[in-house]
Write a protein of this length. Structure first.
Length: 288
């Protein structure tokens, strides 16, 4: 069991240097579905990420196929290992291809949270960031009243930042082949009740941005949470097979990362394609 000093040190490591500068603007680079030994697109994304200072949010399915220690050592670390100290990951379903996601938790250690629950939070400048485990059906329940959902509500109650974003692997809403995932709706509801601003996800290997919505998918320009799916890390592409309600823009042909500029009271974003890509998307919004 970690002692008090060790817990404090781990918490400080998760929060990062921005914990001492709550009014500063910070950069978050988000992408999911990343490294495969059978692809070179993950290396192209790593080269792109290397040009952008800031915290890296990995949205799950980080080291294909099984996220074993070997997969991390051979398929992920050669291109992305140099960013390890500034990476804050979320677990995807492929992480549990190895029992207990042992490869994932072994590689990232306390940067993936305390213990092996797969959810944690940290502060980034003026923003509060929540990382959740969306493997709801077979690993970490997400239902209302579950341990994770109760932890989330407690974490949000104790957070006094004006702006909040969350990220996890399985998207609540998606036009990709996986479609809408209702199992994460209770997590979305908790965030909505706390007036959170933005959710980032992966899982479908495409890019898609949604208008602000409630947990049940109703358009809500005043209080709704925007979702951006960024499953463009390099493993492969999935086609956008439908047009989900309230989807604003999508692309299923371009690898790249999402760069977010988190400022006090607002945020801006831009999808940056890898070298040779032409698709982009950008915008700026105030916090609730």
């Amino acid at each position: 069991m970690l002692g008090g000093l060790a817990l404090a040190a781990a918490a400080l490591a998760l929060a990062g240097p921005s914990a001492t500068a709550p009014t500063a603007t910070r950069t978050l680079i988000a992408v999911g579905d990343v490294a495969s030994c059978d692809s070179t697109a993950d290396e192209a994304n790593a080269q792109l990420a290397a040009t952008i200072p800031g915290t890296i949010a990995l949205l799950g399915d980080i080291a294909y196929e099984l996220s074993s220690p070997t997969d991390f050592a051979q398929c992920y670390d050669p291109a992305w290992g140099g960013f390890k100290s500034r990476t804050r990951p979320a677990p995807g379903n492929h992480e549990y291809g190895t029992i207990g996601a042992a490869g994932y938790f072994g590689y990232f250690g306390t940067q993936a949270g305390i213990g092996t629950q797969g959810y944690y939070s940290y502060n980034l400048g003026a923003w509060h960031v929540v990382v959740l485990n969306s493997n709801c059906l077979y690993q970490t329940p997400c239902a209302a009243g579950s341990v994770q959902e109760r932890w989330l509500r407690k974490d949000l109650r104790s957070n006094h930042a004006k702006c909040t974003l969350a990220y996890w692997h399985h998207p609540r809403f998606s036009s990709g082949p996986h479609g809408n995932d209702t199992t994460v709706a209770p997590l979305w509801q908790a965030l909505y009740d706390a007036r959170a601003d933005l959710v980032l996800s992966g899982h479908d290997h495409d890019y898609e941005r949604f208008r602000p919505q409630t947990a049940d998918g109703r358009l809500d320009p005043k209080r709704g949470i925007r979702e951006i799916v960024v499953g463009t890390g390099g493993k492969s592409h999935y086609p956008l097979v439908r047009h989900a309600a309230n989807s604003w823009i999508g692309n299923d042909q371009t690898y790249g990362v999402l760069r977010l500029t988190l400022s006090p009271g607002r945020y801006s974003f831009r999808f940056l394609p890898v070298l040779g890509g032409t698709f982009t998307d950008s915008g700026s919004f105030r916090c609730h």
